[in-house]
Design a protein around this ligand. Sequence first.
Ligand SMILES: Cc1ncc(COP(=O)(O)O)c(C=O)c1O
Length: 361
Amino acid sequence: MRRTNSVRTGESTLIRKDIKSLSAYHVPDSSGMIKLDAMENPFKLPESLKVSWDACLSSVDINRYPDAEMAELRTKIAHHAGVNADQILLGNGSDEIIQMIIMAIDPGTCVVPSPTFVMYDLISRWFKRPVATVPLANDFSLNADQFLQVCGREKAEIAFLACPNNPTGNLWPEETIARIANGFDGLLVIDEAYGPFSERSHTHLVASNVLVLRTFSKLGWAGLRLGYVIGEAETIAHLNKVRMPYNINALTQAAASFLLDHFDLFEMQATEIKKERKRMSKALQTFNGVNTFPSQANFILMQVPDANALFDQLKTHGILIKNMHASGGLLSNCLRITIGSKDENDAVLAAMDDIINGVSA
Ligand SMILES: Cc1ncc(COP(=O)(O)O)c(C=O)c1O
């Protein structure tokens, strides 16, 4: 249709109505606070690596476009993941890969558990893809038969399972995930964003309709924005057609390649975080009215008598966590707290002691 040249006045009319009704992804200001709201790794790069790190980054020719095929980095990541390089596609964070997958799959419903990671729903909406949800039980378990029934009823084209799930932190049994992978004839994306902190991976389930999604964000490289998806080579080749040229910038490519050579460091940090998770889970439970849920991720979900009040009080104590209360349902009065360094976690416990028991550190 031809557009007229008339000057548009008032509210922009060119933006889709459904986009206008969305809210932009909100990131709260965390300046000066202990930041435990976004599942970041608390550890900075050790001083001992700084000289070689500086040399690595300063050798990057930023006047040139990055390596478009990222052959070297893909090979390194494939080696790390135990698959072939042609089974790997890289994204600017796994968020970008979720977008690529949703773009590339035939129109049709996306099925997700509820609650789960919000971006599956949000990105589906951007592409006018309907979303159907399957409620988790009170203990956050997922009924595979019910999930498959909803997929069948909706003639779903795509489904996402975050394993472990965000924001609940639990990992559904392997048989639940395998049952869905085997019984669903659309595309299943198994999202292992929290895989480094959990007891198992699902790469053995990769098939023509099953992908495994991963990110380095939670393991310590959130600032680099790098994720990858593992699939059959043919699926990956097709997904690669909706990848923006040069989507992984030259500094990220160089940095990730460097960090992969020091991967044992990040695995040690993940082990430390898992230890702290155990300690925090036990310690948080001791506070009156606080119920923590089992977690296989680098965060803990806890239910408290008044989430809004505790969230605000922790903020007053200089601690930023994530308040899930507004989501309602199973997340009513729930707070999600990222596992920080030992000192950060101690600060949380001291603040909780002050708030709940009136004991100042
Ligand atoms: C389950 C899950 N998948 C994917 C992501 C996105 O990670 P990134 O885009 O940083 O790789 C997150 C981030 O919180 C997540 O919780």
